[in-house]
Ligand binder design. Structure first.
Ligand code: HAM
Length: 420
């Protein structure tokens, strides 16, 4: 039986890869321009990191992690997100002793055992950016400005930035109690999971997709009405800085985010072109995460962009496929060696050239060149070669010219580069 990929794990095929490379390249350019440096972290971590960082009573930790014991019996987990790992690396290497402010980004696969559907996979890619060490609201705005600038640079349109404030360790307990009191009166409407969550993590009811649960929270108290003075001031400044940067946002008082580490600013960028999985980016501030994973009191803020969702929104008319600059059509056994030498030289010069390996007829070689959308075809026939010449055909305007073999490399380089 043919072996197939695991459900929810996708291949990214060569004809799609241009989009991925374009997005990654733009992210690197934009983020590095904003002073961020790349960090690469392991795909496997100790389970405890996520259990403590993301929160035991979140959907991710409760039911979506790929967790297993290694041969020594350690409980390990395929990273479901990058924030906790980046914070761990920052602590482990004591990067804060060198400079209290760190700006990192990371690109790579994450793993969550979710029910696969359009826009939701079990292996998916994120572009993640984090700022550690500052709780100034200016940084909250700055990182959102970077995000929106990046999304616009790759060509995304009609996005909506939603923001909320989730309060802090001091003011959240009051809100939590308020929500518990409110939901207890509606508990008959809640699904089994939410009835349990009522005790463990009542805020998660907001994320529940079950209709009766959604109906139960329609008039629920809003976190924004319970945040203390300091959190209000912080949020007020974030909004001011966003406005000063010319960004428009929507206040979404129901956005609580699915990970427990968030404090104060929370945000999402959604696209209504995406259907039910409409969040392209999720992020926020997490001023207690470092302490949760055993570190000092260090604030942080960041976001993660879902690459599959972003790529599905790229403009359809943009061309990402790299076609060959040149196809070498070879006629006769004598010529093949010459063509082989030439193509090697072209490749060393970074010119994308293709050759027929199978001794096919000129007609079928031309058909292949056409299919590959090669810009030029160099026809190397025995007769022409004897005269020290070859024919170069421009596949766009169909013009042909005979050019001398001598200096062929330079002539080709010149022509091809002219349009690169
Ligand atoms: P998150 O909201 O869980 O946040 O994920 C961020 C983004 O990753 C989502 O908006 C979505 O685009 C994408 N995503 C999540 N799950 C899937 C999936 N199963 N399939 C496809 N795409 C998915 C975080 O992960 C936080 N670490 C973000 C963050 C960084 N907060 C602060 N810093």
């Amino acid at each position: 039986m043919e072996i197939k990929a695991i459900r929810g794990f996708n291949d990214i095929l060569p004809d799609e890869i241009g989009k991925w490379q374009f997005v990654e390249k733009t992210a690197r350019e934009v983020f590095e321009g904003f002073g961020f440096s790349e960090i690469r972290i392991p795909i496997l971590e100790r389970t405890e990191l996520f259990a403590r960082g993301i929160g035991e009573a979140t959907d991710i930790v409760e039911k979506e992690m790929y967790t297993f014991a290694d041969k020594s019996g350690n409980s390990l987990t395929l990273r479901p997100e990058a924030t906790a790992s980046m914070a761990r690396a920052y602590l482990e290497h004591q990067i804060y002793t060198f400079d209290p402010v760190a700006k990192f980004y990371c690109i790579g696969p994450m793993f969550r055992y979710e029910r696969p559907q359009k826009g939701r996979y079990r292996q998916f890619y994120q572009i993640d950016a984090e700022v550690f060490g500052v709780d100034n609201p200016m940084v909250d705005a700055e990182i959102i400005v970077m995000l929106i600038h990046f999304l616009e640079r790759v060509g995304l349109e009609k996005l909506e930035l939603q923001i909320n404030s989730l309060g802090c360790r001091k003011c959240r307990p009051r809100y939590r109690q308020e929500i518990i009191n409110f939901l207890k009166k509606k508990s008959f409407q809640l699904c089994e999971d939410c009835q349990r969550r009522l005790e463990t993590n009542p805020l998660r009811v907001f994320d529940c997709k079950v209709e009766t649960c959604q109906a139960a929270i329609v008039d629920a108290p809003k976190v924004i009405d319970f945040i203390d003075r300091e959190c209000q001031d912080h949020f007020g400044k974030v909004k001011e800085y966003l406005e000063a940067a010319g960004l428009t946002y929507i206040l979404n008082p129901r956005m609580v985010r699915g990970l427990d580490y968030y404090t104060r600013t929370a945000f999402e960028v959604v696209s209504y072109q995406l259907g039910s999985q409409n969040a392209v980016t999720g992020g926020g501030r997490y001023d207690n995460l470092f302490q949760e994973i055993g570190g000092p009191d260090i604030p942080g803020i960041g976001f993660a962009i879902g690459m599959e969702r972003l790529i599905s929104l790229l403009p359809k008319d943009k061309v990402f496929i790299q076609h060959p600059h040149l196809f070498i059509a070879v006629l006769g056994d004598e010529t093949i060696k010459k063509a082989y030498q030439l193509i090697n030289q072209l490749h060393l010069e970074g010119i994308r050239a293709e050759l027929d390996y199978e001794g096919k007829s000129l007609k079928s070689q031309m058909r292949r060149a056409d299919k590959l959308k090669a810009r030029y075809v160099l026809i190397m026939g025995e007769e022409e070669l004897k005269k020290g010449r070859a024919v170069l055909r421009n596949m766009e305007d169909k013009s042909q010219e005979e050019i001398p073999i001598e200096g062929l490399l330079n002539a080709l380089k010149e022509k091809v580069r002219r349009k690169v």
